[in-house]
Design a protein around this ligand. Structure first.
Ligand SMILES: [Zn+2]
Length: 254
């Protein structure tokens, strides 16, 4: 049976001398793994469209639970990703997060593929910083897969805003100064007012407006720290691609 789907290649695995297996984050069916015959040949018919982080239209043949790429056509190549080690390592972290959190089911939210495409677009053309995109991706992905924290107001008294609020990373709840009982716990992060509005925007805004906000460098550092801690706490593990990405920015600071 042949099916047609659009999606982004988020992982390539080598298979034999000329072949490979690709994982595609599709628009409607989660992640599909497909075998690409001749995919490692420079001039193979599916070589360009089955490369890592290329957005393509795929025609896939399904037989006995195996998916084989029949034909494909490039929709968009994010050329500038490959020229920058920081950009490509952040994109690899996005892939690792997706491979861990998104299954191969039909009810995968369509916005997840849009989130990746928009993130790669801004990452490639440099219109948004890597830090900004990392925070947006982490927070929005978790929200899309059902781990949206309760950010509307304090979980006890419903207070909406304060100069500092407290975010319980483990339970995904917000507390005001008065209601937060354990401010020094490692699972609690103090959140300033501008960072809280950014978190609310990322989790709740319409996908069309998701990337339309700006932050000062100081607040960006705070936002980046909180979204990473929230992602790692909620997913209960670390990611080697994230460690690598963070080691690059530490190197740049020295
Ligand atoms: Zn309260």
């Amino acid at each position: 049976m042949l099916t047609t789907t659009s999606g982004v290649v988020i992982r390539e695995r080598l298979s034999g001398e000329n072949n490979k297996i690709i994982d595609i984050l599709t628009e409607k069916s989660g992640i599909i793994s497909a075998y690409v015959r001749g995919g490692r040949k420079i001039n193979g018919k599916n070589s360009a469209s089955s490369q890592l982080f290329v957005y393509s239209k795929f025609c896939i043949e399904k037989s006995n639970d195996k998916c084989i790429l029949n034909s494909s056509e490039v929709i968009k190549v994010f050329y500038d990703l490959r020229l920058d080690i920081e950009k490509i390592s952040l994109a690899s972290y996005f892939s690792e997060l997706l491979l861990y959190t998104v299954g191969s089911c039909e009810d995968t939210p369509e916005d997840i593929c849009r989130l990746l495409l928009n993130s790669l677009y801004f990452l490639s053309n440099g219109e948004r910083s890597a830090k900004f995109l990392k925070s947006v991706f982490e927070m929005r992905l978790l929200s899309e897969i059902g781990l949206m924290p309760g950010l509307i107001g304090c979980a006890v008294c419903i207070k909406y805003t304060d100069d500092v609020m407290y975010f319980d990373l483990k339970n995904g709840k917000l507390f005001c100064k008065t209601c937060c009982v354990n401010k020094s716990s490692t699972d609690i992060a103090a959140v300033s007012e501008p960072v809280l509005s950014a978190l609310r925007h990322i989790a709740l805004s319409d996908m069309n407006r998701l990337f339309n906000f700006r932050m000062s460098e100081h607040c960006m550092t705070e936002l980046c720290d909180i979204t990473q801690r929230y992602a790692l706490t909620q997913l209960g593990r670390n990611f080697s691609t994230l460690e690598y990405y963070n080691s690059l920015s530490k190197g740049a600071e020295l």
